[in-house]
Design a binder for this molecule. Structure first.
Ligand SMILES: *Cc1c(COP(=O)(O)O)cnc(C)c1O
Length: 424
């Protein structure tokens, strides 16, 4: 795509970008280049407005805010669920905004994991984010099993997984499968449709963690028949630190008893009957537990409006161009340095970020920050760079790679310790 690797060429690509106006919706760091939108997305003016709106509804309505005002709190989780349906390819009854990634994972496993006879194990992978693995082990322990009941499919090269290896591990001892949609380090997209089909052919239920795939790649969870999914909203979706998460439960499971029931699991018309026997909602709403975190859901209202205006297919198209351009530039400008591109290159497998490895990665990241480029370091030697479709430009990518080049050529990283920060 790039031909002469000049800044002018990058600017030209920005001019041709149909999503370019969305950048103005965000608060960008004045003179820096933000490449960390896959860890914490930026604040948009829209999200700021809806946060103020909800604070005001508290001020204005007090207790009546549950049912009055522009965004009655009692229905907000359902409404936000509906605004995420396009992102995951679900029906409105299948999606709810609630909880957080790890809590939702606990909830869904406590519902769908039903060890029986020979089928007692949970199948996962060896590259997933630690929180998911901790939760799965804890769920096994609650059922009286030790860690040997967690099968973790190994990676072939430490970066990616082979779907065939996963399918081969779907034995008749497996009761449930939980996998990431996009791997948090290498950004590999797993073929969720194929894995769902293979799991179902073997009588196993399957769910996906969409933390890194929601807002970066399209999904068709309903059509794929995926049993469940869960995600956070503070990465690509720009919901803000600790914003309320989301989950999907396929409509074929409507009416299933939620594992971690609470009064917000109720059918909405029954909830205030205050009975001691729960009548669960017949949709994904049943997977709420208690009172929704309204103020942590507030920015999501505005953040999701932007996504729905841009459309996930257009976001994906631009994201692929950005990551492709970044890889081309890296190859062109940084060939002499020992920076290895470790994300899958094939667009079918490439998620929303570029993943590099270098033995000095920790201090290269510190040098990038000194130069006002915000990357994200993953121990021991990973650098993630996420050019985000809604607010990053091709010129940002150009700038980022040229600063990285300066850091490598001048060895500017040597002034720092090669050690991670407390939060990285
Ligand atoms: C970001 C992320 C999490 C974080 O979980 P929280 O409960 O939101 O803290 C979990 N799993 C994966 C795969 C992630 O990428």
């Amino acid at each position: 795509m790039a031909t002469n690797f000049t800044r002018e060429e990058a600017k030209m690509m920005d001019q041709q970008d149909i999503l370019r106006s969305f950048r103005n919706e965000f608060y960008l760091k004045n003179d820096g280049v933000y490449m960390d939108g896959n860890s914490l997305g930026l604040l948009s003016k829209r999200a700021e407005e809806t946060t103020h709106e909800l604070l005001n509804s508290w001020k204005q309505y007090a207790i009546d805010g549950w049912t009055e005002g522009e965004q009655p709190w009692y229905y907000l989780s359902e409404k936000l669920g509906e605004s995420m349906t396009e992102l995951v390819g679900g029906k409105k009854e299948e999606v709810i905004a609630t909880g957080s990634t790890t809590v939702n994972l606990h909830h869904l496993v406590s519902t769908f994991y039903k060890p029986e006879g020979k089928r007692t194990k949970i199948l996962a992978d060896s590259l997933n984010f630690p929180s998911d693995i901790y939760a799965l082990k804890a769920q096994l322990a609650l059922k009286g099993y030790d860690d040997t009941h967690l099968i973790q499919v190994p990676s072939t090269n430490g970066h990616v997984l082979d779907e065939e290896d996963i399918i081969n591990a779907m034995t008749d001892e497996v009761a449930l499968i939980v996998l990431p949609g996009v791997l948090y380090r290498s950004g590999q997209i797993l073929d969720m449709e194929k894995l769902t089909k293979a799991a179902h052919e073997r009588g196993i239920q399957i769910g996906f963690d969409l933390c890194h795939s929601i807002g970066s790649v399209p999904h068709q969870l309903h059509d794929w028949g995926t049993d469940f999914a869960f995600w956070c909203t503070y990465k690509h979706l720009n919901g803000g630190p600790g914003s309320v998460g989301g989950l999907f439960v396929h409509e074929k499971h409507a009416g299933i008893t939620p594992g971690l029931a609470g009064w917000f699991s109720s059918r909405k018309d029954k909830q205030f009957d205050m009975e001691h026997s729960l009548t669960p909602a017949e949709d994904a709403g049943a997977f709420q537990i208690g009172t929704p975190h309204v103020l942590s859901a507030a920015p999501l209202i505005g953040a999701l409006e932007l996504f729905n205006e841009a459309g996930i297919d257009r976001v994906r198209e631009k994201s692929l161009k950005l990551t492709n351009y970044m890889m081309e530039l890296i190859k062109h400008e940084l060939d002499e340095f020992d920076l290895k591109i470790c994300n899958p290159v094939d667009p079918k497998q490439r998620g929303g970020h570029v993943y590099l490895e270098h033995p000095e990665a920790a201090r290269i990241c510190k040098a990038l920050k000194m130069k006002k480029v915000i990357p994200d370091f993953r121990t021991p030697s990973g650098i993630r760079l996420a050019p985000v479709a809604l607010y990053n430009t091709f010129e940002d990518v150009y700038e980022c790679v040229h600063i990285l080049k300066e850091i490598m050529r001048e060895e500017l990283y040597k002034q720092f310790e090669n050690k991670r920060e407390i939060v990285s």
